[in-house]
Design a protein around this ligand. Sequence first.
Ligand code: G3P
Ligand code: CA
Length: 255
Amino acid sequence: QAKSKPSDPKYRVKTIAHRGASGYAPENTMAAFQKAKEMKADYFELDVQMSKDGELVIIHDNTVDRTTNGKGKVKELTLAELRQLDAGSKFSPQFAGEKIPTLAEALDQFRGKIGILIELKSPELYPGIEEKVAKELKKRKMHRPKNEKIIVQSFNFESMKKFHHLLPEIPIGLLTSNKNDLSNTKLKEFSTYADYVNPSYSLVTKELVNQIHKNGMKIHSWTVRDRNQVQPLLNAKVDGIITDYPDYVPRNKKK
Ligand code: G3P
Ligand code: CA
């Protein structure tokens, strides 16, 4: 049970379940997204890549080797080949049979029920992935302002600039683990197309949070895997905490 309490009673941090509630279920599977919902996270995060035949699939690594019973690069396997793999057993036999989800499937199942933070993972490997993700959101009218809780983020800033121009209504997040990306000059530039700056937790200070807020953006920080990492982020008043364990963040306890 999380003991940490923010000193300002109006302060409410968002909980974002990283790759779903990946401390409790296999990352980037429907089971992990369902768990995030059950744990009352505000959002779950997922990583999007593209199959050989151009389908949007949810997986973190560029290969299937670590998280499934298969081998090879995601971009060299067809959707049918990817769907045959078991994405659950390596986490625990209890999750045998979990599949690599498609983005469409995750949107259809969870839209409107929990926020979805979509990371374009390695968009440089997948020309046209921005257009494809934008199309999926548009098709479902998820780009309408204030319609649903959707954020698109990436470590690739050019990709995010492009996405912003394709679908300006969708909030954009910029991921970084590089301190040099966090100067005031850079933040000013980011604010022309981004809504969130999402740095690694080790880079977070109160000053940084204030600077990001002064530039009209919010901050979601990652990836909390230890309870002791929570309180410093609350003290700095980050807007959201991206964590494998949604119950580590106050007021987001397990059911
Ligand atoms: O959402 C932040 C986090 O997902 C970035 O790192 O490697 O887990 O995709 P990674
Ligand atoms: Ca991610």
